[in-house]
Structure formats: structure tokens, C-alpha cells
Write a protein that binds this ligand. Structure first.
Ligand SMILES: [Zn+2]
Ligand SMILES: [Zn+2]
Length: 457
């Protein structure tokens, strides 16, 4: 019997990532994300499509909201499913999900679906029953509904994307299916690049976030140089720089970078502002430093001097006390600190906003990142028109692979088929056509939500 793969979200977009697999009666979901910009039920994966199917295991690749945000809802629908993730993801999951309860309270207008909305108690109960695996530890999957004699196992591999991130290898007898999850093969500032299986696989479910970018134009040392020069010019001009960052991953990478630059004397020792759950996550990065595949294990993020951004009640402090603000909210989403600070930043010509990571084309962050001094913009569709007086620049500190990095993975794993997920339609189309040129004869699919693909085993 073929293996069924049914994408339930994150197809043709970076949204509510969720993939359903059926291995002869045993149901596995990989990732339970929530759409970052939609609200209420619209933000969930298409769970209605598997209402009558078995769900025995839910594997979480990492604790970013677009991969874990709807997990409590899934557990309400499938209470018998066991959740599998890496050790660090288990630690981070509680923090991220407790935080998303706050976000849901703020955005949930949907009274009719109250039973699906979860609270803090649900999360404590949920995380207590996670099965956490070491990287490269094989774990056998079984259930009452499984009717195959083949051995089915899962193995997690370090994906190098954020702390705890994992790629997933599912082995069904001799058939091997590899889900990259969000993956970064090259080293970042803190984390070393991904580890991939040493034997070929049959199928790769591949992320494609930066599939339309070639690697040739990018070099990390060059980008660090450019970032340092820009920061110096803002600070010496009497301004503060805001870097909108995700609390999980990008905050820690940028905090490490900024402090290393200060230690080397390449940046003046100005206040660095951090806040929200990113501080709790810094602590987990520190606690896991010896267990993590990282460049320097001895440096602790919490040893760097940091001012709590949420304790700043008067924004004019940023004028008197120039500094670097690592503001939670990487895409300047409504309700985040970076969204609150942006209007203040925009009207100050000495200030600067520096973007460092992925920005969705439909987010407020995208509008800001593509504006220049003198432009006028609206942060939200119905928001007020604002003039851009501050400096705006974009830097690349990627935690997703460029095309060349993906091709290296495909070359070593030699799949007969690739399914593209987790990328805009443009990224998928662009990457897809390049794959067909480079790997003639390969079977290629662009995942479409709700459309099943069958793999012969
Ligand atoms: Zn991610
Ligand atoms: Zn993602």
C-alpha cells in the first residue's frame, strides 16, 4: 500500500505548517503551526480533512509559532496522539505556547469556537506528556490501527535553524522519507549548520523559503561588515537602531553578534535592549549550550548586559540613551513591541530600522522594509499615513537555506522525488524550475493544501 501525504497548511506559503502522513493505518502529523497573520479558525491548518483519519503521533520540528502554534488545538481534536520533539524544543514549547495564549486573547473575536481556544492549564497538561528524543536516536512508532509488518521508526536530525530544530527521517522498512523542516545547512552566528542523514532517502519534503535566491551574492562576513558600519553611523549620529527580531532564534543570534562586535571594539558599548519571552529563551540557549552543535559553547547570552525594553515607559529614553533595540516582532506584526515602536522610530531622522531576517510579503514589516526616507506608508490597511524620516535598511542573516544549500542536500540524499513546502508561490516556482534543470528525471511536486500525494514504497 502506498504512503499517503496530505498537506494541511504551509503549501505555497509560509503559513500554518502541518503535514499529514498515513503509513498503512498509522497516522503521523509533522508540525502543528498557526498562520502568523490570520485570526481565529482561519489561522489553523485544514484539520477538517483528517476528521476521520487516525492521528497517532504529532512530531514537532521546532518551536516557531508557524510550526507549533496550533498544537493545543490538535490535541483537543486528537487527545490520544503522542507528541514527539527534541529535548530543547520541549523546553521552549511551553514558553512559546503560554505566550500565544496571550496573543490569542488579544486577537480572538470568534466566540462560537471557544471550545478550540486553549488556556494556560491546557498547555501545562500538554507539555508534561511530550516524548523528547535526542538527535539521531531512532524511535519505533506503533499503534493499534497500524496494520503493516514493516518496522516504522522516526529519527530527528539537528536542522541548524534555531535551538532544538529538527529534520525528521521516517523509515518504513527500506523506504526512507526525509522532512527537512526549517533547515540551515550553513553555520549562523551561534549555531552550526544542519546535520543530514548519511544514507540516501527516497523522498524529501523540502522547505523552500529562500528558494528563489542563489547563494552567490551572499557572504556572512560581508553582511556583518555592512551591519557594523550602519550601526556605527546611526549611533555616532546620536540615534538608536531598532532591529525587529523573532524572540526565538533571531534575537539570540543578533544578541551574540552585537556583543561580539562590542568586545572586539568594533561597536561602541551602548545599551542593548531585549525583552519579552526572548529573555527566557536566552536562558534555554545558555542551559543547552554544551548539548548544542554551536560554535562557542562557553559564551552565555545572559552574561551580556541588557536593558529590559518593556521597562522603558518613555520612548524619548531612546533619544537620550542611544542604543541597539532588539525588538520582539520580526515582521512588525500588530501587537508586538516592534509594531509599537515603529511609529516613534519613523518620525525620528536620527534613528534607523534594520531588518535582519525573513519578512512575509503580506506583513507590516514588508511595507516598512521596502520604504525609504521621504516615503509615506501605512502600517496596516486602515492605519494612518506616516512619513518615513528614519533610515531603513535590510540585512541578510538567514536561518533558511539558499538554493545552493538545498541542492547540496538533494545531491547527498539522492531522492527520487521532492515535494516543495514552506515557501511563497514564487519561491516554489523558481526553485522548482531550477531543480528540474539540475536533477533531470526527478519527480517534483509543489504541495497544495488538501491535495494528497501517494508514494509507492
Ligand atoms: Zn522556523
Ligand atoms: Zn517556518
Amino acid at each position: 500500500m502506498p504512503v499517503t501525504f496530505l498537506p494541511l497548511g504551509g503549501a505555497g506559503e509560509v503559513g500554518a505548517n502541518c503535514n499529514y502522513f498515513n503509513f498503512e493505518g498509522l497516522g503521523i502529523i509533522v508540525d502543528a503551526g498557526m498562520h502568523p497573520r490570520k485570526e481565529g479558525l482561519d489561522a489553523l491548518p485544514l484539520l477538517g480533512l483528517i476528521e476521520n483519519d487516525p492521528v497517532d503521533f504529532i512530531i514537532i520540528t521546532h518551536a516557531h509559532h508557524d510550526h507549533i502554534g496550533s498544537l493545543p488545538v490538535l490535541i483537543k481534536k486528537f487527545p490520544h496522539a503522542r507528541v514527539i520533539c527534541s529535548e530543547a524544543t520541549r523546553e521552549i514549547a511551553g514558553i512559546v505556547l503560554h505566550n500565544s495564549v496571550e496573543i490569542l486573547k488579544w486577537s480572538s473575536h470568534d466566540e462560537t469556537n471557544r471550545d478550540l481556544i486553549y488556556g494556560h492549564d491546557d498547555i501545562d497538561r500538554l507539555t508534561a506528556f511530550f516524548i523528547d528524543l535526542h538527535y539521531e536516536q531512532e524511535f519505533e512508532l506503533d499503534s493499534l490501527s497500524y496494520h503493516s509488518t514493516r518496522r516504522l521508526t522516526v529519527t530527528l536530525y539537528d536542522a541548524g535553524h534555531i535551538l532544538g530544530s529538527a529534520s525528521v527521517l521516517l523509515q518504513f522498512g527500506d523506504f526512507r522519507l526525509f522532512v527537512t523542516g526549517d533547515i540551515k545547512p550553513d553555520d549562523q552566528i551561534i549555531l552550526k549548520g544542519a546535520v543530514i542523514p548519511d544514507k540516501p532517502v527516497d523522498i524529501i519534503i523540502s522547505e523552500s523559503t529562500y528558494g528563489d535566491y542563489d547563494k552567490d551574492f551572499f557572504s556572512l562576513p560581508h553582511e556583518i561588515e555592512r551591519f557594523t558600519t550602519s550601526l556605527n553611523s546611526v549611533i555616532s549620529g546620536g540615534g538608536s537602531a531598532m532591529v525587529p527580531v523573532f524572540s526565538l532564534g533571531k534575537t539570540q543570534e543578533m544578541l551574540m553578534l552585537v556583543n561580539k562586535l562590542m568586545e572586539k571594539g568594533k561597536l561602541p558599548e551602548v545599551p542593548v535592549y531585549t525583552g519579552g519571552i526572548s529573555r527566557k529563551i536566552n536562558r534555554i540557549y545558555d542551559n543547552f549550550r554544551y548539548k548544542t552543535n554551536r560554535k562557542e559553547k562557553n559564551i552565555e547570552l545572559m552574561s551580556f548586559p541588557q536593558t529590559d525594553i518593556y521597562e522603558v515607559t518613555d520612548f524619548s529614553d531612546f533619544e537620550r540613551n542611544n542604543g541597539i533595540v532588539l525588538a520582539p516582532g520580526g515582521m512588525v506584526e500588530k501587537g508586538t513591541m516592534s509594531f509599537r515602536l515603529t511609529p516613534y522610530w519613523l518620525k525620528n531622522e536620527k534613528f534607523a530600522i534594520f531588518f535582519a531576517g525573513y519578512i512575509d510579503p503580506d506583513s507590516s514589516g514588508f511595507v516598512v522594509a521596502n520604504a525609504s526616507q521621504g516615503d509615506k506608508l501605512k502600517l496596516t490597511r486602515n492605519g494612518m499615513m506616516r512619513e518615513v524620516k528614519c533610515r531603513i535598511e535590510r540585512f541578510k542573516f538567514p536561518s533558511h537555506p539558499f538554493r545552493g544549500e538545498l541542492f547540496n542536500i538533494y545531491e547527498s540524499l539522492k531522492p527520487s522525488a521532492i515535494v516543495l513546502v514552506h515557501g511563497s508561490q514564487e519561491a516554489v516556482d523558481n526553485l522548482g524550475s531550477k531543480i528540474l534543470n539540475r536533477f533531470p528525471g526527478i519527480k517534483l511536486y509543489a504541495a497544495a493544501a488538501g491535495k494528497a500525494i501517494f508514494f509507492n514504497t
